[in-house]
Design a protein around this ligand. Structure first.
Ligand code: NCD
Length: 310
């Protein structure tokens, strides 16, 4: 695969063919992620985790991926203990880190920060979330989850529920699903719809977009219900957040009218949008989705850093 040595900043950096090839490589990584098979293609590699925003799954699944592949991590998990507290710029921090590691995984609250980091770095940079911008590796694992559930990605009917304005997972996923010809049903509180620029870009790609603010109607006939958390930390004004907090919730009653194979997904963390009772239904796919983060990120690191690529 031609990902060797490349930055992954936006899902737009990958073509449909590259994504398909990549998903095939990810499937082969599952037994290695489970530990039933062992291979160490990153044995001599160091990967830096530069996390300037809270994270559980993304950072730990990247760290697990590096270690399953025999590599080592150096980690910034809390920016307040770095020299950025002394006024060091992101540019300088990344430039220096790229001389300590073979690749850098970055998460940062500012949109565009991963692109800036890639310019500062002498080594490949992977964007693990830049503000309300993009989260391309989450999209790869979301696609892997859908492909596992439906054996195909073509022509799925996918509801994107929640904070479509600030949700970076949705911005990346909507692009990728459009490459695969999905129909996207947008179900958001009135103030949290897709940003105009994102919508325009999707429309230029020929996206099939339907707005359906009513959750019952949106779910009817859908294959995937992709739930997101309201991104509280992106709101300038707490009062604006309070107006939309708790405005939607997926529960067992809602799912009774859904297709039997509807997959309920969520990048997690959830903050009340999915009732715990949903965990016990066959629709709950979010924990499998969280596990698939490991083989997908293993395949990505192997492709970028491995000896011959995946
Ligand atoms: C998401 C993120 O950070 O954008 N989480 C994740 O990476 N799994 C979603 C969120 O925080 O709501």
């Amino acid at each position: 695969m031609a990902l060797h040595g490349r930055d992954i900043i936006s899902i737009r950096d990958l073509s449909r063919e590259e994504i398909e090839e990549f998903l095939a490589a990810s499937r082969k990584m599952i037994p290695y992620a489970e530990g039933t098979k062992v291979a160490h293609p990153l044995a001599d590699k160091i990967v830096a985790m530069a996390f300037f925003e809270p994270s559980t799954r993304t950072r730990l699944s990247f760290e697990a991926a590096v270690q399953r592949l025999g590599g080592t991590c150096i980690t910034i998990a809390d920016a307040s203990v770095t020299s950025m507290r002394k006024g060091e710029s992101l540019h300088d921090t990344i430039r220096m880190l790229s001389s300590y590691a073979d690749a850098i995984v970055i998460r940062h609250p500012n949109e565009g920060s991963a692109r800036l980091a890639a310019r500062a770095s002498e080594r490949p940079v992977i964007n693990a979330g830049d503000g309300a911008g993009q989260h391309p590796t989450q999209t790869l694992l979301d696609l892997a989850t859908m492909q596992e559930a439906f054996e195909t990605l073509s022509g799925l009917k996918v509801v994107l529920l929640g904070d479509l304005k600030y949700g970076r997972t949705v911005h990346s996923l909507a692009h990728a699903l459009t490459l695969f010809g999905s129909e996207l049903i947008l179900c958001a509180p009135p103030t949290l719809g897709l940003p105009e620029a994102t919508r325009t870009r999707l429309e230029q790609m020929g996206a099939r977009l339907v707005e359906e603010p009513n959750l019952e109607r949106a779910v009817h006939d859908a294959d995937v219900l992709y739930v997101t958390r309201i991104q509280k930390e992106r709101f300038g004004d707490e009062a604006e957040y309070r107006k939309v907090a708790g405005s939607y919730r997926v529960d067992a009653a809602l799912l009774r009218a859904a297709k039997p194979r509807l997959a309920v997904m969520h990048p997690l963390p959830r903050a009340g949008e999915i009732a715990p009772e949903v965990d016990e239904t066959p629709h709950a796919t979010y924990f499998r989705q969280a596990f698939l983060a490991v083989p997908v990120r293993m395949a990505l690191l192997d492709a970028i850093l491995g000896k011959k690529g995946a």
